[in-house]
Design a protein around this ligand. Structure first.
Ligand code: ATR
Length: 530
């Protein structure tokens, strides 16, 4: 058993909107005029940010005294003022003294924070020594747009920043690999003073999302997807609504989907909404992974509870596992990995479980039988069209349930190879057309024939469908394929590809948490967002 069951102590007592995380959410304002910044400030407050970062270097025709007075005094949220010079990745190209004068003025006018670059921080902090208002804090920042240095080098950098008299340390590095984030987590956890640790770039996303887990002082969330102040920045809305940022705490368990690309995956939406619905102290992220082995070696802490696995890692991940479910091993692909309490990685293939259970329920519906121990597939003739990844899942899964399996494929050799492995019969697609040794067979299409955009195609002509009592199509774009429409017309029970997709998700949820998935919620979200 590979699941890592949750106990009652993992259940939060309250999931109301009250922030349980001390990490602040800061929204950068990138308007080029004071008026634009006002609009942005109000939006940031509406979305639920805690702080706004006024990026003075974005303003055109900036008039320090007049503009700062208005911006800071009228901001509906505490203001962090940044005036980033071009030499630190910002837009300001003018006189350095004038830049620092504007920052000092911001402090005097009531900014809650100013951000000053490490390069000039020592002298700057000397210049305001003894003049800092109560509750005002200086963030001393360092940006590395090339890479993420070693843990030792980052440690030295933190020490240098602290030595300038910083109230808050900010280190922003660049992710060349998702594992770079681990070094920033380590720094945040061990830092003696409040620290903002950000790994920029799309491979650094988890450094921003997990800031509350590792005690980061704040994280940045953009107002809109296009309006980011640094590479890889998520929107404030996604932080709050998609990743449940306010619910992430030091003991929150981490899950996610590894893939490349992975940003399009809807799994975080499904899992995070599900975790929240039952008050489970867990979060599910997008993991953009290049090197699977390096990923598992780096994030080997049991806090990383497991992951879903998608293209192109379904096969490479196999090699990193300590143990693999026996059917998944035969299929040669995994899509669900659980980190067991003993530190071992255990893998499943939930695709085949999703498809087979959907077909079994379809047959039970047909036979009017209640769910029992005996599989309704036992003894049935199951014809699998296709011999790729999905074909293997259906053929092995069906054989395991006691079905007599026939594999039909465009390339006969592939059909033969798979059929031999499952103890079944192989044939070409043309042969299936005239294959009807008995009535009441089960058909499962796993080829891509009929998938968008070629929705008028079908893998088997309608006349051949009358010998089947149930037809399943793994295609889910479109949901209603020509094959399923025609099967329905001939009187067969039909099982949609979306059903396999949803059910494989239920299974992953169960493996991760040891609890049944909130099925109705999963279905509603799939319906809404698919
Ligand atoms: P998956 O992992 O989704 O199953 P795959 O491994 O690429 O995808 O397999 C695709 C399956 O669809 C294969 O069985 C393929 O047949 P071949 O083995 O002959 O390539 C089948 N397929 C794809 N396009 C097809 C087409 N136009 N007609 C018939 N079969 C097709």
């Amino acid at each position: 058993m590979g699941s890592l069951p949750f106990t009652t102590s993992d259940l939060q007592t309250s999931t109301s909107g009250v922030p349980s995380s001390p990490t602040l959410l800061c929204t950068p304002l990138m308007g080029t005029t004071v008026d634009q910044m006002f609009i942005e400030m109000r939006k940031a407050k509406e979305i639920g940010a805690d702080i706004v970062e006024i990026r003075l270097d974005c303003l055109r025709n900036f008039n320090p005294r007049q503009d700062l007075e208005i911006l800071i005094k009228q901001s509906p949220l505490p203001a962090l003022v940044t005036y980033r010079p071009i030499w630190e990745g910002g837009q300001y190209e003018g006189d350095e003294n004038k830049r620092q004068d504007a920052l000092r003025l911001a402090m005097e006018l009531g900014a809650s924070y100013i951000d000053v670059e490490l390069e000039v921080a020592h002298d700057f902090n000397m210049s305001i020594s003894g003049k800092k208002p109560d509750n005002f804090k200086v963030i001393v920042s360092s940006h590395n747009f090339h890479n993420t240095p070693s843990a030792e080098a980052i440690g030295n950098l933190v020490a240098r920043i602290q030595a300038t008299g910083a109230d808050i340390v900010k280190i922003a590095t660049t992710a060349l690999d998702i594992t770079d984030c681990a070094r920033i987590f380590q720094i945040m956890v061990h830092s003696q003073i409040p620290t903002i640790g950000i790994v920029m770039g799309e491979r650094g996303l988890i450094s921003r999302l997990l800031s509350p887990k590792y005690g980061g002082y704040l994280t940045y969330g953009a107002l809109e997807a296009g309006a980011i102040s640094a590479p890889g920045q998520p929107t404030a809305k996604d932080l709050l609504d998609l990743y449940n940022f306010r619910l992430i705490k030091p003991d929150t368990k981490i899950y996610g989907i590894i893939g490349k690309p992975v940003g399009h995956s809807k799994s975080p939406l499904l899992f995070n909404a599900s975790f929240k619905s039952v008050g489970l102290n867990a979060v599910y992220l997008h993991f953009l992974v290049d090197d699977v082995a390096k990923f598992f070696n780096t994030y080997s802490n049991p806090d990383f509870g497991g992951c879903s696995c998608t293209i192109p890692h379904k096969e490479a991940a196999l090699k990193c596992m300590d143990d693999i479910d026996h059917i998944a091993k035969k299929i040669g692909a995994i899509n669900n990995i659980c980190h067991r309490p003993d530190g071992k990685l255990y893998a499943f293939n939930t695709d085949y479980i999703g498809a087979i259970s959907a077909i079994e329920d379809g047959l039970r519906e047909l036979n009017g039988k209640a769910p029992g121990t005996e599989s309704p597939l036992a003894g049935k003739l199951l014809v699998v069209l296709g011999a790729g990844g999905a074909g293997k899942s259906l053929a092995y899964g069906g054989a395991q349930k006691g079905a007599r399996v026939v594999v039909a494929n465009r390339t006969f050799e592939r059909a033969k190879e798979l059929a031999d492995k499952v103890g079944g019969k192989a044939m070409t697609l043309e042969e299936v057309e005239h294959f009807h040794p008995e009535e009441g067979m089960v058909l499962a299409n796993t080829t891509s024939v009929g998938m968008k955009p070629k929705i008028d195609e079908t893998p088997l002509p309608k006349h051949a469908l009358k010998h089947y009592c149930l037809v399943f199509d793994a295609i889910y774009t479109p949901k209603d394929t020509r094959l399923l429409r025609e099967a329905k017309e001939t009187g067969a029970v039909i099982v949609y590809g979306t059903e396999m997709l949803i059910r494989q998700g239920f299974e992953q949820y169960k493996n991760f948490t040891g609890l049944p998935a909130p099925e109705e919620l999963f279905r509603q979200l799939m319906e809404k967002h698919a």
